[in-house]
Design a binder for this molecule. Structure first.
Ligand code: NOJ
Length: 553
């Protein structure tokens, strides 16, 4: 594959690392993570091999939704540092070759944002129309309520101005009205501001809500996304939008910009993620294989963003009730592990019973699936959750740097997990010295993923393995091929794969030592241990495996 493509269209095989400045590293000893602390850890992140950092919201906030409730889009939460600290951080990240994107949370503001304070001050306020008001809101439909533990309606009555305002999420997060051109201009200004300070794009929060819940309805809601993208591209051709769009596949393609790819650059694959968990729960490849077969191809230069866990609940909302119960039973049987009736508030390693072999297989699967992998801080060392924390905060625990925690010299902002996942058992310092650690496994996976751009760029074909527990696929690009196999089951398997067009090729293991030959009639036999995984580079007899992908052009 021509490697120069991967720098122009950098996001297509990036490795995205999501972190919250607040819980990553405390640099000033007040118990709260900050930009100075984060900057000191840049070499750790660069050494891990990730290529793009996604910063969760770092703006001034009353903190009622962990920063997703913003009171000023143009500055930094004073607890996390100053604009000066931010710029120093950006400079250091760029020096180490890391791009940075940040959450763009403009579906709503905090109810304490000066815009909303002004808007609710009276019906004739110049900002009134920046939010969505109604005298008599539509009756609520239960499916609209995102946080059913706290809300019973998406409308809240404002006594002062005697109208209801819309809030798709919590009542303290009034929805902005992008039906108003002034609001759309302001959103572009926010993008422009942070791009000027070096951001390479944004993770766009709650995209479907942003474009749909407005007044008046936009004639063509997707045009707004295309306008935003065009604005961004004018300022920086390489900037991207990474969209939180949890809708069924057939509805999702529109968010990329049907055929044109001129809206959201990368959409999270929520369906693939949920089916991957169902596959892991059953020890069967079929649910994931079906998802990949059904998944539409993103338009040129767009990409799927792959993940297994993020900072929210592990949502299982797109599975059937029975399937959801299967995943609950396998990975979160007790009620305090579940949330909103649709998800789990656990991190991956605890769900897999702390079984390192299984955990390693799960991440090998993640990195090999066609798309751009996105990981949540602490996944690389196998951090657990703290169920004592409320709701989704259970997974947003302080990063574990050393046996004594190493996050802060003071009492940390959030309680550190105890037991088998406490820092004395799970931390960066120990895993750096242990060649068998999860951290080392991540480094290897990331290195190989970057060396095999076919995985992200290529044509993916799910292979028939003849064994229900084995998921295998091949990715082909520009005449180069990578073949990958994962055993989701607990018993070793020998599988025979038909690899059309690869007769007599050599398959070289990329994660361990070993090679095998494809037979004259295109069959390859491979062994997989319990929860085993293999990545194989195919090379024709006359070409060494290390040259089989990156041919000079
Ligand atoms: C999605 C974010 O991921 C979540 O954490 C937040 O609570 C809602 N959007 C509202 O902003």
């Amino acid at each position: 594959m021509r490697l120069t493509y991967t720098s122009d269209v950098w996001h297509k095989n990036a490795v995205v690392y999501c972190l919250d400045v607040e819980t990553f590293k405390d640099g000033n000893g007040d118990g709260v993570g900050d930009f100075r602390g984060l900057t000191q850890q840049i070499d750790y992140l660069a050494g891990l091999g990730v290529t793009c950092l996604w910063l969760m919201p770092f703006f001034p906030t009353p903190g009622k939704d962990d920063g997703y409730d913003i009171t000023d889009f143009y500055s930094i939460d004073p607890l996390l540092g100053t604009l000066g600290d931010f710029v120093e951080f950006m400079r250091t990240a760029h020096d180490r070759g890391l791009r940075v994107i940040a959450d763009l949370v403009v579906n709503h503001t905090s109810d304490q944002h000066p815009w909303f304070v002004e808007a609710r001050s009276g019906r004739d306020s110049p900002r009134r129309d920046w939010y969505v008001w109604s005298d008599e809101p539509e009756p609520d439909n239960k499916d609209q309520i995102i946080f059913p533990d706290k809300e019973t309606s998406v409308w809240e009555y404002d006594k002062g101005s005697e109208q209801y305002y819309l809030h798709s999420f919590y009542r303290h997060q009034p929805d902005l009205n992008v039906g108003n051109p002034e609001v759309r201009d302001e959103i572009a200004r926010i993008l422009g501001f942070w791009m000027e300070l070096g951001l390479s794009g944004f993770r766009v929060d709650a995209v479907p809500f942003l474009i749909e819940n407005v007044n008046p309805q936009l004639a063509e809601p997707h045009e707004f996304l295309a306008d935003l993208r065009a604005f961004m591209t004018r300022r920086n051709g390489g900037a991207i939008l990474l969209g939180e769009v949890n809708v069924p596949y057939p509805d999702l393609v529109r968010y990329f910009g049907d055929g044109l790819g001129d809206q959201i650059t990368m959409c999270f694959d929520f369906i693939g993620m949920q089916r991957a968990w169902l596959s892991m729960a059953r020890g069967e490849a079929a649910p994931l294989a079906e998802a990949l077969r059904e998944r539409p191809k993103p338009p040129k230069d767009c990409q799927w963003a792959m993940f297994l866990r993020n900072h929210d609940e592990l949502t299982l909302d797109k599975l059937t009730e029975d399937e959801r119960q299967e995943v609950f039973a396998a990975f979160g049987p007790s009620e305090d592990m579940q949330i909103y009736g649709r998800g789990l508030r656990r991190r991956l390693p605890t769900m897999l019973g702390g079984d390192l072999r299984r955990v390693k297989m799960a991440y090998s699967l993640l990195f090999s699936l066609p798309g751009t992998p996105v990981i949540f801080y602490g996944e690389e060392i196998g951090m657990g959750e703290n169920l004592e924390e409320e709701g989704r905060m259970a997974v947003r625990v302080p990063m574990q740097w050393s046996p004594d925690g190493g996050f802060s010299q003071a009492e940390p902002v959030r309680e550190i997990p105890g037991g088998a996942f406490a820092p004395d058992r799970v931390n960066v310092a120990d895993q750096k010295r242990d060649t068998d650690s999860l951290l080392r496994w991540f480094q290897l996976l990331i290195e190989r993923y970057r060396e095999c751009p076919e995985l992200a760029w290529g044509e993916c074909t799910v292979l028939d393995t003849g064994h229900p527990a084995v998921f295998a696929h091949r990715c082909d690009a520009d005449g180069a091929t990578v073949v990958v196999a994962h055993n989701l089951g607990e018993t070793a398997q020998d599988v025979e794969l038909r690899l059309d067009g690869l007769d007599r090729y050599e398959l070289t293991d990329l994660l361990v030592d070993g090679t095998l030959k494809v037979s004259d009639d295109g069959l390859a036999r491979l062994e997989l241990g319990p929860h085993g995984c293999r990545w194989l580079r195919a090379s024709p007899p006359e070409i060494p495996p290390e040259d089989a992908s990156v041919k000079a052009h």
